[in-house]
Design a protein around this ligand. Sequence first.
Ligand SMILES: N[C@@H](CCC[C@H](N)C(=O)O)C(=O)O
Length: 277
Amino acid sequence: MRFTKMHGLGNDYVYVNCFEERIANPSETARYVSDRHFGVGSDGLIMINPSEAADFEMEMYNADGSRGEMCGNGIRCVAKYVYDYGLTDKTSISVETLGGIKYLDLTVEDGKAVLVKVDMGTPILDSGQIPIVSGGDAVIDEPVVVDGTEYRMTGVSMGNPHAVIYVDDLGGLDMEEVGPKFENHERFPKRINTEFAHVIDRTTVEMRVWERGTGETLACGTGACAVAVASILNGYTEDEVTVKLLGGDLLIRWDRESDNVYMTGPATVVYDGEIDI
Ligand SMILES: N[C@@H](CCC[C@H](N)C(=O)O)C(=O)O
């Protein structure tokens, strides 16, 4: 199987051009290629497929083989791949995902896509749709008790589910300890991506993420959007926010007129390879 290793701010996936390749068991292949000792080493697998509804389809799997509805860093890399490898010459494209069709604009320099702006659509706040077990419609600054400690949580779906938790000290978090406890908490029937966020000022928030199905990653595009939406809803920031992740920065804007969230960030090719599956 030919593949391309790519990353968005260090959130790395194995990308497969399924116009040319066929993967019989994507879930098993995701677990194999993601293994950092026995495989390629990645946060998961992303298949670039033909689509009848959009220009392309993105089919994404986490490192544990579970399917993700959306991937913000992944979709920017899909855009770079289809442009740089000649699957399209358009600089505005649409990509079908399980979280809906997304619209992307590419900035091209010297024939290569260097920056991608994604219309991530309207954030979903209804707890039943996220889903989060809750007494109300939206979960905004609501208590959640994990391992005997009470945290404040805001729930946002960007097509995939996120719990945003505000903390004072990001560096002091034991992610391997606390991450799985949030991911598998009884209030999240489909498990959850957990963002730990700290507000720096009215236009800047820093975060770390424990991703459902993968663990701590260096960045999460949908997670950064969820953090921006949560920070705006809680009155902490303006509508445009720089989200600082371990792997770098994403610019997120919630356009209140259209209700859509826009994410702008880079996409990078690491190398092309071939592996027996
Ligand atoms: N890294 C991603 C999100 C990948 C999917 C997520 N782990 C899930 O299961 O929902 C991003 O950049 O958004």
